[in-house]
Design a protein around this ligand. Structure first.
Ligand code: BMA
Length: 860
């Protein structure tokens, strides 16, 4: 299969359609400050080459090379090692723009880069105007001295981030650890997205480029640098706010600042001020009457207010500048209260303790500019649809684009925001610390108005690595001093100065140095003995953390995704191409080892892919349900990881193309606001109900013992009153009484929480692992039927219990609304097909495939 046919064919329908969601249009305002986008006319070349070729800004050198057909698709088969030269080369980017006489007359003309990746010298008409060395910073420089009338040339020279650092590393005399760097360990020295150097789920593509928008800004008297809405008091009748407006002025003058809600005349403040040259800070008080609150998903709606600051300076009554901020009104507290077990770690929003349900977010692409608003939306809506209310932006990627946080605000997804440090030790010299201070300041200021952001966290796993990965024993003690300078000095200082209302936490996991980083008595925990140490899934149930911020298990993507990066001849888990897309050295071995504990040997390649997903989903379910059952002792479950940055075997629940793996469907069930979780404790099955809702619920709890043909062998039901924000067992059923001597391998328990005649939650409970069940392969009947509102749907029925039923329509653009579910005999289940393009019933019938867990294994 030719390369373009495979990857592009899957990519286009799955992603480009999503990209059709246009970015929110910016309202054009008439201010004297003007801005000229520098996003067109770019070309690039390898330093020293003669020919310039078309480039895209924002973009990266890898995607530009790809667009020019100078390299093959980096994600296809085993192309990754062949493209390592790109990161070891220097690259030049160039564009021209016209400067009008009017522009030249402006008192200030500044060149603004929202992001340069990474070591770059910027030349304007061959005059060096900027030296950049931190991918995460925004750069603003005076362009006037270099500007001329007519055509101007802007050139950016990117030096290889690897070569740049090597001499510095040699001079150091010791190596800073960087466990994931797949090559020379240069990443700790460079403020660049760590995952691009390789990770245990990610390829090594050390890219460069103008990765965020660039523009010229021209102004005369003054411009608004920032608008920060601070919430002083949030009452039922009124919210008291302060608008902190920062103005940069050309000289001393009188000015007027107005801050208002354009949709509500009652919310307004105005202040005449005296500007001094340089930075000025003003505070205007605002009152929002009858405020509506912002709530995390599941607890209420996500009301957002837009406030606009306008600045009139210079005496001619012209509007100099304006800036808007969209905010949500809510309080957030990280409650750490001493108790018998240690100390709680609970996010309290608007006074309500919120159990955080979610996953860890990694960059959604190796090349950040490819993550369109549409792809963000798909992933974040997938999170919301799986009943998640929190994502952790993990510290090995980059601070996400604005669109990410805007969508989280709208969807009610709380964001745990790491600073970008992961699994390494870092330099502690002044230059490095100042670079980080600037980076942190830029990003905290950029993100602090988002109600979704609930915490700033110093780093990923650096504290635990120092203490538990042998670093403390083998590395100079100075590195720990440097650690403290950064994560207990610079970063909390920036948060205190720029965003004092949000909690700061030094590391994940951590106990804030009060106890061991991995202590389960306080702070957050990453638990990895399931997976790395081969511990069985039920070891999750032995953990009693206060907040679980990482735990996970790998699976393979489905066959359609695998087809995008392989040839049929690669279809062996151990083939070189499949191994190139499995970055964990023991990944395949671990998956197999765990699989054979619970399942027979899968009969073929595709069955292995499918069974790996069921295995992952079943395993994480054990952990997630336990973590919810032990609430409020534990108040968070963020599994590792939601998404992927390329098509790969990984811990993700949604693959690179946005396809839901089994785990994502399972997550929707185990994160449901009402969870029914049967659990065997000392020979007794206890029926727990975990209720994340704030209301009390009268219901009936019903448990039926069934055989695999669906015959009811016994039934118990009790009326219950489900308490709000609680986990509690409402019914205990001794196994011996339940089974009455029956073979535990031939029956199962079907539990339901009945509310108003329907099942508000249900669960199938087995007394034995799948491979021991005496369950002959079921015969599932599938009919294409009209679904709700004319949608195409499939109605399924079965003669015997069918487990992890997977319905697919290969080649059709769309997905089934539910999947990987247990189908009970004697019941019909209709599942809608959410088509992204119109599809006829006949077509769906032709493509329809149904597999069940039994089908994955040869003889049953
Ligand atoms: C966690 C993460 C990542 C890693 C994952 C899987 O520790 O923080 O560094 O990818 O485990 O090993």
């Amino acid at each position: 299969m030719p390369k373009t046919n495979s990857l592009a064919r899957v990519l286009l329908p799955a992603l480009l359609l999503l990209a059709a969601h246009a970015a929110r249009a910016q309202t054009q305002v008439k201010t004297t400050k003007t801005s000229v986008d520098l996003d067109s006319g770019w070309t690039f070349r390898k330093a020293g080459d003669a020919e310039w070729r078309k480039a895209t800004v924002p973009g990266s050198v890898h995607t530009d090379l790809l667009a020019n057909r100078l390299i093959e698709d980096p994600f296809y088969r085993d192309n990754e090692p062949k493209l390592q030269w790109i990161g070891k080369s220097d690259w030049e980017y160039r564009t021209t723009f016209d400067a009008t006489p009017a522009l030249l007359k402006r008192r200030h003309v500044e060149l603004v880069f929202e992001g340069l990746d990474t070591y770059a010298t910027v030349y304007l008409n061959d005059r060096a105007v900027l030296e950049a060395d931190n991918m995460f910073r925004t750069w603003r420089v005076d362009a006037k001295p270099a500007l001329k009338a007519g055509p101007n040339t802007l050139r950016v020279v990117f030096r290889s981030p690897i070569n740049e650092v090597l001499p510095r590393m040699k001079a150091l005399g010791y190596e800073l650890p960087a466990s994931n760097d797949q090559g020379e360990k240069t990443s700790p020295h460079t403020r660049k997205a760590p995952y691009q150097y390789g990770w245990d789920w990610g390829p090594r593509f050390v890219t460069c480029g103008v990765w965020k928008p660039a523009r010229l800004e021209a102004w005369d008297e003054a411009r608004i640098d920032s608008l920060h809405i601070v919430q002083n008091q949030l009452g039922e009748k009124a919210a008291q706010l302060t608008a902190e407006v920062e103005v940069v002025a050309d000289g001393a003058s009188d000015a007027l600042i107005v801050v208002e809600d354009p949709t509500d005349k009652r919310v307004a403040a105005r202040q005449t001020v005296k500007l001094s040259p340089g930075a000025n800070r003003f505070a205007l008080k605002l009152t929002v009457p009858n405020p509506q609150l912002w709530w995390p998903a599941g607890l209420g709606s996500q009301k957002l207010y837009t406030l606009r600051a306008r600045l009139t300076a210079g005496g001619d009554n012209k509007l100099s500048d304006e800036l808007s901020a969209r905010v949500g009104l809510r309080t957030v507290e990280l409650r750490q209260q001493a108790d018998a077990a240690g100390k709680s770690f609970t996010f309290v929003v608007n006074g309500v303790p919120v159990f955080a349900k979610g996953a860890n977010w990694i960059p959604a692409d190796s090349f950040p500019e490819r993550v369109t608003v549409g792809r963000y939306r798909h992933l974040l809506e997938s999170a919301r649809d799986a009943n998640m209310n929190m994502l952790r932006v993990w510290g090995g990627g980059y601070y996400e684009m604005d669109a990410f946080y805007e969508l989280c605000d709208e969807l009610g997804i709380m964001v745990w925001q790491d600073f970008m440090f992961a699994c390494s030790m870092y330099p502690g010299d002044e230059k490095f610390l100042e670079s980080v201070r600037a980076e942190a300041t830029d990003n905290v200021r950029r993100l602090r108005n988002h109600p979704s952001v609930v915490i700033w966290v110093g780093n990923n796993e650096v504290e635990t690595a120092w203490h538990h990965w042998g670093w403390k024993q083998n590395l100079p003690a100075k590195l720990w001093d440097d650690y403290k300078k950064l994560f207990h000095g610079v970063l909390p200082e920036v948060v205190a100065a720029e965003d004092p209302a949000r909690p700061y936490w030094p590391s994940s996991p951590s106990s804030n140095l009060e106890e061991d980083s991995d202590s389960q008595r306080m702070g957050d925990v990453h638990y990895w003995e399931v997976w790395h140490a081969s511990k069985p899934f039920d070891y999750y149930e032995r953990q009693r953390p206060r907040f679980m911020s990482e735990y996970g298990f790998q699976s393979f993507p489905g066959i359609e995704t695998v087809n995008a990066y392989t040839l049929p001849s690669d279809h062996d888990i151990q083939s070189p191409v499949m191994l190139a897309h499995q970055k964990h050295p023991r990944g395949n071995q671990l998956i197999r080892e765990y699989m054979l504990r619970d399942f027979p040997e899968p009969k073929d390649f595709e069955s292995f892919l499918y069974a790996s997903q069921v295995l992952q989903a079943e395993g994480i379910r054990v952990g997630a349900e336990h973590l919810r059952r032990i609430m409020p002792h534990n108040m968070g479950s963020l599994y590792w990881q939601l998404d992927d940055c390329w098509p790969v075997a990984s811990w993700s629940s949604v693959d690179y193309f946005g396809r839901w793996k089994a785990l994502q469907y399972y997550a929707r069930r185990f994160y449901a606001p009402l969870l029914l979780s049967p659990h065997e404790e000392g020979g007794v099955v206890k029926l727990y109900v975990v209720n994340d809702r704030t209301d009390r619920l009268p219901a009936t709890l019903r448990a039926r013992l069934l055989d695999f043909e669906g015959r009811t062998l016994s039934e118990t039901s009790v009326p219950v009153e489900v308490a709000p924000l609680t986990s509690k067992s409402y019914l205990s059923l001794p196994v011996s009484v339940l089974l009455e001597g029956r073979d535990p391998a031939g029956v199962f328990l079907h539990c339901e929480l009945m509310v108003g005649g329907g099942a508000a939650a249900s669960h199938t409970y087995f007394f034995r692992p799948f491979k021991e069940l005496k369950l002959p392969a079921p015969n599932v009947n599938a009919e294409v039927t009209p679904g709700w509102h004319g949608a195409t749907a499939v109605t399924l029925s079965t003669d015997r219990l069918a487990r992890a039923v997977y319905v697919s329509a290969e080649g059709l653009d769309g997905s089934f609304e539910d999947n990987f579910f247990d189908l009970l005999p004697g019941r019909k289940l209709t599942v809608a097909f959410k088509a992204r393009r119109p599809v006829t019933n006949a077509e769906l019938r032709r493509r329809l495939r149904v597999r069940t867990l039994s089908d994955a294994f040869s003889k049953r």
